[in-house]
Design a protein around this ligand. Structure first.
Ligand SMILES: [Zn+2]
Length: 271
């Protein structure tokens, strides 16, 4: 009898132990699934790289147009290669925007091309430049700023630009933030124009190692904020080295779950 009783107890204990083990296993599986799900959500980020200054210089144009990623190309209006670059970019699947030349605090006026937006222009003159720029850059769905450290601080100038952006139904504007006194985003918000801020300049006539570091920084920001915008250039500012730097960083971006996207693929409500 005593022996049987012991066996009975052992069976009961065994069942309890088994139940505990089963519960633990179930808990561990659920916990891991949730952890994996959370880590996927927390560590992925969208990075929109804009490449400025298409339409004029040839340095790096070909190399940029062979990168198999979602890149946004900003094409200067009224230049020798404006149409050629915009059409080719669109054909190859890149996003095209207008690179609006605007007056800077320093530098030469000649860097702005034949029809820049200047601070002493009247409203109608500014509007006419923007209207003609929209007509001159085929397939453009948005716009950003070429130079412009002076003009982007003038409310009237930005207002005239955004009027046309709205009328022509451009999808978005990117403030390149060449001045920390810029009023572009503030004015755009007031007028109901979708406007993103540039977060990181990638090149600036620096060596490729610098561009790699800046790309990594842009990727860090994308992971931290969920999305980020970075700007590089064809021509003397970046050119071939900039294209090579992006190509070399593709693997690292993929490993770190940083997705390269068009500006139009960013969320609207984060900025
Ligand atoms: Zn530019």
């Amino acid at each position: 009898m005593k022996k049987l009783y012991l066996i009975k107890i052992n069976r009961k204990v065994l069942i309890v132990i088994l139940m505990i083990i089963l519960h633990l296993i179930a808990y561990m599986i659920l916990y891991n699934v949730n952890t994996i799900r959370c880590s996927i959500q927390n560590t992925s980020g969208k990075l929109a790289i804009i490449i400025d200054d298409f339409g004029q210089t040839r340095e790096g144009v070909e190399e940029m147009m062979t990168i198999d990623e979602h890149l946004t190309f900003a094409v200067m209006p009224f230049m020798e290669f404006t149409k050629e670059d915009a059409i080719k970019a669109k054909d190859l699947g890149y996003e095209v925007i207008i690179h609006l030349p605007m007056e800077a605090k320093g530098g030469s006026l000649s860097w702005l091309g034949p029809r820049p937006i200047l601070c002493n222009m009247k409203k109608n003159e500014v509007r006419k430049v923007v209207e003609d720029a929209v007509a001159d850059v085929p397939y453009a769905i948005g716009a950003n700023i070429h130079m412009g450290s002076k003009a982007c601080c003038q409310e009237e100038i930005m207002e005239s630009i955004f009027e046309v952006v709205k009328e022509k139904r451009l999808y978005y504007f990117v403030d390149s933030r060449t001045s920390n006194k810029t009023v572009a985003k503030k004015k755009a918000d007031e007028m109901g124009v979708l406007c993103y801020d540039n977060n990181v300049f990638l090149d600036g006539q620096k060596p490729k190692s610098h561009m790699i570091k800046r790309l990594r920084k842009a990727g860090d920001l994308a992971l931290k904020k969920g999305q980020a915008i970075a700007i590089g250039h064809v021509g003397i500012e970046g050119g071939v080295a900039m294209a090579e730097a992006i190509e070399e960083m593709r693997e690292e971006f993929a490993e770190r779950r940083i997705e390269l996207v068009f500006v139009s693929e960013l969320d609207d409500d984060v900025y």
